[in-house]
Design a protein around this ligand. Structure first.
Ligand SMILES: [Zn+2]
Ligand SMILES: [Zn+2]
Length: 479
């Protein structure tokens, strides 16, 4: 490595950028570099297998408390939704550190934000200014930013899509509160990326459901590019219009790509889907940012993001989608990201940029070389077919009965949880669908897993949610 690229501190990584493309990359600090051998396929598989096991999980309560106890830095943890009184919840931010740590140790938390123990970025203090240095055609800077981890619940083995809707509500509330704390407390940050990876093939290295937040002192190039496309639409194509609001209008008129809609949100499979089951969730109300941002025109004024009373509606749509992906598409790996506004933006951006969530499944049939060569995405499943497939509950059940014996017992339980949620949500079933559901519940009852859970129930060792599922399956099977 040439002298000019070295950082003074061996613990600090480096941002790098080639001015010919404008893309940023982050390099590890000398202390965190991996050896090339770590990427041999077999090594990686062994590593992934170990990570899946519950006893090795750093996010399960006992390990989490042990991990937190070792940390001397008072930045840890950074926030949590905790239980408050009878059924109430409360957000504790990083200023309440001692109280927060105690609540986490006592397991009185619903969701928890902690510092990533293996951060890609080195922690950036609120007052730090990123010093970009140049050595044409390159630009580089210390690898600063903030890496947070959100542990979504205390449940180890269930993905977000099969947990109850109120878990998802707490998760979204945590995203929002942490976003706003970062925005307020770290004025040098320019962009906050919130993303969730489900399953190893989608990049999750730990099975316990979690979300990551990377906050950076610059705006990622691809967000800048998209914003400039939207500006072009606003200034030259449909003057004065937000392209996302126009998209919502068009999808509502046409309806074939609309998956679900409520008062505040709409979910669609986008017209230009680049992958099978690509799904977007957009707020119906025009709004540029998920969380608070600074208005550049009236300095110091804050533009607000999502309102807290809209969170329930977002959770309703998100759990519905993730639940159906789990059941209909056989639990595929997926990523979802919140695509939002930069924290400090140019005038007018608030008129043509509109925050949204993008969900993409991990694809197995990718002609990756062409995509890399052209940035043109190749998709073999039209969004209209994907939408019809996900909406059609009858097909979903039929497919399930066909597959149910091939599933692992814990998957059957998860599938039944999703169906139960839809059922409780007022799903109207035909007699045929009820028959199919009954068959699925019976299949579940024959599993060893069910027998084992029944034993646990008799011994009083079953969690409340699991008990509901068992009771439901039992009553369905006997109907
Ligand atoms: Zn765990
Ligand atoms: Zn809009």
């Amino acid at each position: 490595m040439s002298e000019v690229y070295e950082t003074e501190n061996r613990e600090v990584g480096q941002w790098r950028r080639f001015q010919g493309t404008g893309r940023w990359a982050i390099m590890p600090s000398p202390e965190r570099q991996k050896k090339p051998e770590a990427y041999l396929v077999r090594e990686k598989q062994d590593f992934d297998e170990k990570k899946k096991r519950k006893e090795n999980c750093p996010f399960c309560a006992d390990n989490l408390s042990k991990g937190l106890a070792k940390i001397e830095n008072p930045e840890e943890p950074r926030g949590a939704i905790v239980e408050e009184g009878t059924g109430g919840i409360k957000w504790l931010g990083e200023k309440d550190f001692k109280l927060l740590s105690r609540r986490v140790e006592n397991r009185e938390w619903k969701t928890c934000v902690i510092k990533n123990l293996h951060p890609v970025l080195n922690w950036m203090a609120p007052e730090t200014i990123l010093q970009q240095r140049g050595d044409r055609p390159y630009i580089f800077a210390d690898g600063l930013g903030i890496c947070d981890l959100i542990i979504e619940s205390q449940t180890h083995s269930k993905p977000l899509g099969v947990l109850d809707k109120d878990v998802c509500e707490n998760v979204i509330l945590t995203y929002l509160r942490r976003f706003n704390d970062l925005q307020e407390g770290y004025p040098r940050l320019e962009y906050i990326s919130i993303f969730h990876n489900h399953r190893m093939e989608a990049g999750a290295t730990i099975a316990h459901s979690h979300t990551q937040i990377f906050s950076t002192p610059f705006v990622p190039a691809h967000i800048e590019n998209e914003i400039s496309q939207a500006r072009n639409y606003f200034e030259a194509v449909a003057v004065g219009n937000c392209p996302f609001c126009d998209m919502i209008k068009k999808e509502e008129q046409n309806d074939e790509r609309v998956l679900r809609k409520n008062r505040s949100f709409i979910a669609i499979t986008p017209f230009d889907s680049g992958s099978p089951f690509e799904i977007w969730i957009l707020p119906i109300r025009h709004n540029l940012s998920f969380g608070n941002v600074n208005d550049p025109v009236i300095g110091g004024r804050i533009l607000e993001g999502i309102k807290e009373d809209e969170i329930g509606e977002l959770a309703d749509i998100l759990t519905w989608i993730l639940g159906r992906l789990y059941v209909c598409v056989d639990d595929p790996g997926y990523n979802f990201v919140i695509s939002t506004s930069p924290l400090h933006f140019a005038p007018n951006v608030d008129r043509y940029w509109h925050w949204h969530i993008r969900i993409e499944t991990q694809r197995l049939d990718v002609p990756a070389g062409y995509e890399m060569a052209s940035q043109v995405r190749v998709n073999k499943l039209p969004p209209e077919s994907a939408a019809m497939f996900l909406k059609n509950m009858g097909n979903l059940f039929k497919q399930e009965v066909g597959n149910i014996f091939q599933r692992k017992p814990e998957d059957i339980e998860n599938v039944l949880s999703v169906i139960k949620r839809e059922f409780d949500g007022g799903l109207d079933l035909s007699n045929e669908q009820k028959n199919i559901l009954r068959t699925a519940a019976k299949a579940f009852q024959f599993s060893e897993y069910y027998t084992q859970k029944e034993k646990q129930k008799d011994a009083g060792e079953l969690a409340k949610g699991e008990e509901t599922i068992l009771d439901r399956a039992t009553s369905w099977a006997s109907q």
